[in-house]
Design a binder for this molecule. Structure first.
Ligand code: SF4
Length: 279
């Protein structure tokens, strides 16, 4: 391995530029999600001919074609992404994965394997594309998820949807699931024993899908898949590997709703995810 001291000046400059570019992308992504609509670049055309990022005419009257609501365009400085280069997946392969997931859901059944079944309304299995390139793994269902039987549909789910769009994907093109499939009472953290009993189903889901990247949301999912008790802050900013699949750990959207200062760090993690998807 080449140490930092052995880098040439040119290599150091490139590394610095990469760092600056990554930080800039993270900041712009964050600003967009906070509502910034337009960026004016030095040396670029006059503001009145700049494209408006949401497709409306710019404040100074420039006319731009409307942008479809959720489709990133190349001039959108905040969403660099085009969707990851989709390696064509055969219909047979997609059907095979879908069928494996159906088998797992069938095996789960009306599960009463752990005490969490007592307070649940629905088992929240997970949803999304069986051939998804990216799987998000959360902790467990909350009240909205328990009521509807779907993962991440409450406020945290809305934020997750924004995070997914920020990396150029759509919710239906990823897969979303949790470590435990039933709501812990009062939204408490699942107990180790509940995780031990339920997580084999998560592992089967991940093995069935075999995505290109796994993104764990929060400490519970990260610790479960990485078999560690480390803090989420220590697990971030590294690319882990779970059974041969790159894994990026980041904060849970519910935590971000309470700690918006952590959003900037989360966008950096999402950029890692995006880079892995495009690699
Ligand atoms: S949390 Fe998992 S193991 Fe426990 S009852 Fe629900 S589905 Fe079964």
């Amino acid at each position: 391995m080449i140490g930092a001291n052995a880098m040439t000046t040119g290599e150091r400059r490139t590394a610095d530029h990469d760092d600056i570019a990554q930080n800039l992308r993270a900041t712009l992504t964050q600003l967009r999600l906070w509502g910034l609509r337009e960026v004016i670049l030095f040396g670029s055309p006059r503001p009145d001919v700049l494209p408006s990022l949401d497709g409306e005419a710019s404040a100074s009257g420039g006319k731009t074609p409307p942008m479809p609501e959720e489709t990133p365009k190349r001039h959108d400085a905040f969403v660099e992404a085009s969707p990851p280069s989709d390696e064509p997946i055969s219909r047979d392969e997609r059907n095979r994965k879908a069928s494996l997931l159906e088998d797992i859901r069938r095996d789960l059944g009306d599960c009463r394997r752990c005490p969490l079944h007592r307070g649940r309304t629905h088992v929240v299995f997970g949803e999304g594309d069986p051939a998804a390139p990216l799987v998000f793994v959360g902790e467990g269902p909350g009240a909205d998820e328990d009521r509807l039987g779907r993962p991440f549909v409450g406020q945290a789910g809305q934020l997750l949807n924004k995070m997914i769009r920020a990396i150029g994907l759509h919710r239906e093109k990823v897969y979303i699931c949790n470590v435990v499939k039933c709501r812990p009472p009062g939204n408490r953290m699942p107990e180790p024993e509940e995780i031990r009993i339920c997580s084999p189903f998560l592992i089967r889901q991940l093995e069935a899908i075999r995505p290109r990247v796994i993104c764990t949301l929060g400490a519970c999912a990260s610790r479960t898949l990485l078999s560690t008790t480390a803090a989420i802050s220590d697990l971030r900013r590294k690319i882990h590997v779970w059974r041969g699949i790159p894994l990026v750990a980041t904060y849970h959207p519910a935590y971000l709703l309470r700690n918006s200062a952590k959003k900037a760090d989360t966008w950096k993690d999402l950029l890692e995810v995006m880079a892995l998807l495009h690699s």
